[in-house]
Design a protein around this ligand. Sequence first.
Ligand SMILES: [Zn+2]
Length: 389
Amino acid sequence: MPMPLPTPPPGRQTQAIIEHIAHGTATSRSELARVLGVAPSTVALRINELTELGVVVEDGTGVSRGGRKPRVLRLREDGGHIMVADLGGHHARIGRFTLTGSLVETRSLPVRVEEGPEPTLRTIADAMKAMAAASGGPAGIKGVGLALPGPVDVATGDVKLPSRMPDWPGFGVRAWLEREFGAVAVVDNDANLSALGEHHAQLGPDQHSITVKAGTAIGSGIIVRGELYRGATGAAGDVTHTRVAAAGDEPCSCGNTGCLETIASGAGLVRQLARQGVAVESTADVLDLVHKADPIATTMLRTAGTYLGEVLSSVVNFFNPDCLFLTGGMASSELFIAAVRSRVYEGCHPLVTQNLRIEAARTGPDAGLHGAARLVLDQILGQSRPAGH
Ligand SMILES: [Zn+2]
């Protein structure tokens, strides 16, 4: 039997109001009170907040059914910018959203995270400011979000492990962004933000999904009833260091041996190909070879998908999600997705797979941007701070 839905917190009510106005399903205070099932005074409170933020304006008059004509609510697309970035090892993808949550434009630029946080964040911040300024109009930056490629302490916005980003742990990334922009800032792991972004692009607030980011490394984010599930220490979804028999004693970046990462990640494939004398330097090089139908690279990519599918079949059996989305460089190959899908279907109980969808993330390279913008909007719209802060 389904559990009764809890009363949504103010931030969720606000999101719902924005969505109803955007879709035209409720455009006056009285209609909103009716569809949301809340008191008119609650709607009034939320509308006042949204008007002050510059998200909503109330003008014109609606159709009267006798008596006073209702004022019509509409969204303002010029109320301000949410600037977000998804940081990879060698490039950052930057996006500009409106306060109503629409993605307006994106660009990618080269960065080198190994140069440390200060120069990397400076490059990203300058690019964000330039993009906002170039959009014209007087509106300012109202919030900033950043997806980082590693485990993140969401309270401080810091990278937790130094393996790929040596000078980052302890830097205070979120505080730096708040100071730089004088605005709300949110920092989280890229797989978590991709999961959040893709979930809300495809599914509703009562559904569950897992999004696996398979690129140079492998990460995944878990969404339970539309909300990010981080686990006790923020490491939920970190499937990459699951030991798999096929990886043998292959040493992993975590210090252990035989992790999934060593045989199923882009970095793992680069290493394996190099051993066979194939000159590749990046996941993109491996995918290029696959697109050119290179037999060794093709077999390796398919096998990587099978190993990932093997680990994910335990996860899917246990968690029973509505959808399993795949994103990251490797997910650009249908061959890889097909290998994951067939292994998961083979390894799962029919009750779990009967309605399960396994497919490439529709938001593609923008998944993390959508998730970051959503968390920033949650903060701006009155959702409580992440746990631990
Ligand atoms: Zn490992």
